[in-house]
Write a new protein. Structure first.
Length: 211
């Protein structure tokens, strides 16, 4: 049974100062996560809001996006120098993650190979990221077209306006999305393209939980 988002990832030892009070973690104690997204709005908004919902201690998440039309290869290529610049500063990300869609991209396999060669976890959603969002409220695992996904997003009022998540998006139901993703694709993993529908987003949820 996969570990779900609501379960504890285990407690960390607490550092105490001279007065016996728990001290705040230093910058070096934080696990630093870089997430580079293909979408300019939806994925960024989702990851930033979900991080707040999970309230994972000791985790610092940086989200950056590609601009304009993009493909999975360009997403990975943007991730590589960001990670490299941090290494030059003497700081490193504990995890570098790229979020991409299958959609109509012809170079997904190239992106997966590039990510593997550079130690980056590329998480693929098939057909697109909306399937992961939908699974927060609808556990259907049947194949869907892009148009059907858009219609279901509208039906459940998950978008406030195009590509902007609703203010009432049910982030608290992330466990339901994790369960649906595992049912749809029991072999889900980073650097892998699953069938329609599928999403490797549970890998990021586990990372954000520090497990």
């Amino acid at each position: 049974m996969p570990e779900l988002a609501g379960k504890s990832a285990g407690s960390r030892p607490r550092a105490y100062g001279r007065q016996g009070r728990a001290s705040r973690p230093t910058r070096q104690q934080y696990r630093r996560i870089l997430v580079v997204t293909e979408g300019k709005e939806t994925e960024r908004q989702y990851v930033e809001s979900l991080t707040q919902t999970l309230r994972s201690k000791g985790v610092a998440v940086s989200v950056t996006t590609t601009h304009g039309d993009s493909d999975p290869v360009s997403v990975v290529r943007k991730c590589i120098p960001v990670c490299g610049d941090e290494k030059k500063k003497g700081e490193t990300f504990d995890e570098c993650v790229c979020l991409v869609d299958v959609d109509t991209h012809a170079h997904l396999d190239d992106a997966i190979t590039l990510a593997k060669n550079n130690g980056i976890q590329i998480l693929v959603s098939n057909l697109k990221f909306e399937i992961w969002l939908l699974w927060h409220v609808d556990d259907s695992t049947g194949a869907k077209t892009s148009k059907q996904l858009d219609e279901l997003m509208d039906k459940h009022n998950l978008f406030q306006k195009k590509k902007h998540l609703s203010a009432k998006f049910p982030f608290h139901k992330v466990d339901d999305a994790v369960e649906a993703a595992w049912r749809a694709d029991p072999a889900l993993a980073a650097c892998r393209k699953g069938a329609n529908p599928s999403s490797a987003m549970p890998v990021l949820i586990k990372i954000l939980q520090g497990s």
